[in-house]
Write a protein that binds this ligand. Structure first.
Ligand code: PXL
Length: 314
């Protein structure tokens, strides 16, 4: 049975600083890392049992970056909703408060949060976890995974982007594609025929929501190139790769996982975006055309590991 929640159990940065060594104090074994432990990231997104997306991408790729990856599943689906004919969906919102309570009781904190595909009633429980279970200086990555190619994913209603915008408001990094950016801003998606001034305006709108850094994916000014716009609010920089002849499901999750892992390993945001894009391209190139539901990102892990081998915190 769940214990009643007390205000004393609600931790904050101050409570983190008040840690005592494991085994002392109140008999609760505290989870304290020593200075040599990797950074610990909590990813909050669904487990699609089959489909190579969300948590089944984040866990291996964040780990391959040399960062500990804890996972809070927002839902369990038999398979993702992007191309399969049907699916089961178990919403795990009602588990979230109890999970937070356990973490607070055991003084478990996170150096970073990375949210992906989540449901509308989960925005407040997620904000609560990010507010209470953060180690000092914790970084928030929000991938507003809700739309692509001009359309919301199946299962999200028109009111969802406004809720997702609340999660973006407190983020250190948001990683929308052009479609998600348009929905966050309440605009019609524009997917081609735009210029740098248009991108700058979209990025400014996203900063105005409250996001500190904007990483806008799927940007293209030349049909042969596809890239990312990276803004810290004062400078807008671009990274481009040659456009591949095919698109694939789950590449946004590969990009966000590698980006978060790269930033936690000390890469500058543009370098992390360039690494993430290279891993996406390698994954697509190594995916047979017949493999329609995701990308074989496993085959890009050697590239990722070798590119990060000289990064700090190896
Ligand atoms: O990759 C985005 C994603 C994540 N999770 C689920 C999805 C999708 C995209 O379709 O359906 C369940």
């Amino acid at each position: 049975m769940r214990e009643p929640r007390s205000t004393a159990s609600i931790a904050s940065h101050a409570a983190y600083g008040a840690h005592t060594p494991a085994g002392q104090s109140d008999g609760v074994k505290e989870r304290i890392r020593d200075m040599n432990s990797p950074k610990r990231l909590l990813t909050i997104q669904d487990v699609s049992c089959v489909g190579q997306c969300s948590a089944t991408v984040a866990l291996p790729l964040v780990s391959a970056c040399g960062v500990e990856c804890a996972a809070l599943p927002s839902a369990v689906l038999s398979n993702h909703t992007g191309g399969f004919a049907s699916w089961t969906f178990r919403d795990l919102t009602s588990d979230m408060a109890g999970i937070e309570e356990q973490w607070l009781k055991q003084k478990i904190f996170f150096d970073a949060f990375y949210t992906g595909y989540v449901c509308e009633p989960q925005i407040d429980p997620i904000l609560s976890i990010m507010n209470h279970c953060a180690a000092p200086g914790a970084i928030r990555f929000v991938d507003p995974a809700m739309a692509d190619n001009g359309k919301l994913y199946a299962g999200f209603g028109p009111g969802f982007p406004a809720q997702m915008a609340r999660l973006c408001a407190g983020a250190d990094y948001i990683l929308p594609n052009l479609t998600e950016a348009a929905f966050l801003l309440g605009r019609e998606p524009v997917l081609s025929g735009y210029d740098e001034a248009f991108v700058a305006d979209v990025v400014a709108g996203l900063h105005a929501l409250g996001a500190k850094n904007v990483v806008l994916t799927g940007v293209s000014f030349d049909p042969k190139k596809l890239g990312t716009a990276v803004s810290d609010g004062s400078s807008l920089r671009y990274d481009f790769n040659p456009r591949l002849s095919r698109m694939a499901h789950g590449t946004g999750d590969v990009f966000a996982s590698v980006f978060a892992g790269g930033v936690l390993r000390g890469l500058d945001a543009l370098d992390a975006a360039a690494l993430a894009a290279d891993v996406v391209c390698e994954s697509i190139e190594k995916t047979p055309d017949s493999h329609w539901y995701g990308v074989c990102f496993e085959r890009a892990v050697p590239l990722l590991v070798s590119r990060l081998s000289s990064a700090p915190g190896a």
